[in-house]
Design a protein around this ligand. Structure first.
Ligand SMILES: [Zn+2]
Length: 288
C-alpha cells in the first residue's frame, strides 16, 4: 500500500472556510483526512524577500503573501480564538487533522522562527502556541510543520519533547541524532527518485516532501504526472499545498488550478493501492 498525506499550509485567523471547503470537500466527503497546518498566531508586517521564492521574484510583494493583501502590512500578532470563523468551521467539519505550523510564521531580526537558538524563547513560543490550539480545538498537535523548511539544533531538540514528528522539505545530517547521522549523510547521494522520504529517529518521525508540485507556478497539466512518477518509486508521499495559491491574490478561485487539483484527488481516491491518511495514521503505519 502507498500512503499519501495531504498537507495544506498557512491556515490562520484570516482563512475563509469557503476556501478550504472548495479545495477539500471531495476528500472530506469521501471520509479522508486532510492535514491542515495551522499557524496559531500569525504575524503581519513581514517584509517579503527571497524566502518568498517566486512570489518575491515575480511580484516583488512588499509583504509576505500568506495573509490577505489588506492585512499584510499590519505589524502585529493575530492569534486564533475559539469563536473565530475558521476555528468554528474546523471544529464542525470532521476530517481535518490540525498540525502546528510554527508559532507566528515570522522572521525575528531576519532569522526564520524555526532557526531560533534561544531555548527559553523557543519553549515560550511552543507553550503559547499549544495553549492557543488547546483552547481552540480542545487538543494540541502531535506533528509540527516547519515554516521555511529549516530548524536549528536547539529548536529540534525542544520540538522532540513536544511532538511525534516533523514535516519539512529536506532532511539533513543536522536534523537527526548520532546513531542516524551516517544514514542521513548517505541519503545526500541519492536523487529524489531513490530517497526514502522519511527517517525514523527513535520514536521521532522526520518526513520529507518532494518540491512544490501543487503550485500556482507549476504547469497545471504536469502536476498529476509528477505525482504518478513519485508514487511509482515511493510508498510515502506528503503532498503539500497552500490554499491561498488557488485564490491568488486572495480573490476568485483559479478554475484551471482547482480543476487540476480535483482531478488529482479523484485519481488518488480511485487508486486501489493508495490510501490517503493523516499524519497520525502514517506514523502508526510506519511504527507498526
Ligand atoms: Zn507556511
Amino acid at each position: 500500500m502507498k500512503y499519501v498525506v495531504i498537507r495544506d499550509d498557512d491556515t490562520c485567523l484570516f482563512t475563509k472556510p469557503e476556501m478550504l471547503e472548495l479545495l477539500y470537500q471531495p476528500l472530506l466527503e469521501a471520509g479522508k483526512s486532510v492535514g491542515l497546518s495551522v499557524v496559531p498566531a500569525i504575524g503581519g508586517g513581514q517584509p517579503a524577500g527571497v524566502l518568498n521564492g517566486p512570489f518575491w521574484e515575480q511580484f516583488r510583494l512588499d509583504y509576505s503573501p500568506c495573509l490577505p493583501p489588506h492585512r499584510r502590512a499590519e505589524a502585529q500578532i493575530f492569534p486564533l480564538t475559539p469563536d473565530c470563523e475558521i476555528v468554528r468551521y474546523l471544529r464542525s467539519r470532521p476530517g481535518y487533522e490540525i498540525v502546528q505550523h510554527g508559532y507566528n510564521h515570522i522572521t525575528i531580526n531576519g532569522v526564520r522562527e524555526g532557526m531560533l537558538k534561544e531555548t527559553q524563547l523557543i519553549t515560550e513560543k511552543i507553550e503559547t502556541s499549544r495553549t492557543i490550539l488547546k483552547e481552540c480545538f480542545g487538543q494540541t498537535s502531535d506533528f509540527f510543520v516547519v515554516p521555511w523548511d529549516d530548524l536549528s539544533a536547539e529548536t529540534l531538540r525542544i520540538l522532540r519533547c513536544y511532538f511525534k514528528g516533523i514535516s519539512l522539505h529536506r532532511l539533513g545530517k543536522r536534523h537527526v541524532s548520532w546513531p542516524r547521522k551516517a544514514k542521513a549523510v548517505a541519503r545526500r547521494f541519492l536523487n529524489d527518485q531513490n530517497r526514502t522520504p522519511y527517517l525514523r529517529d527513535g520514536d521521532f518521525l522526520l518526513l520529507e516532501y518532494p518540491g512544490p508540485i501543487l503550485s500556482m507556478f507549476n504547469d497545471f497539466g504536469m502536476m498529476k504526472t509528477q505525482i504518478v512518477d513519485f508514487l511509482a518509486t515511493h510508498d510515502v508521499l506528503v503532498l503539500v499545498s497552500h490554499y491561498w495559491e488557488y485564490f491568488w491574490d486572495w480573490d476568485e478561485p483559479n478554475q484551471e488550478f482547482l480543476s487540476a487539483w480535483h482531478d488529482i484527488v479523484a485519481y488518488l481516491l480511485d487508486r486501489p493501492d493508495v490510501e490517503i491518511v493523516s499524519f497520525s495514521s502514517l506514523y502508526n503505519h510506519l511504527y507498526s
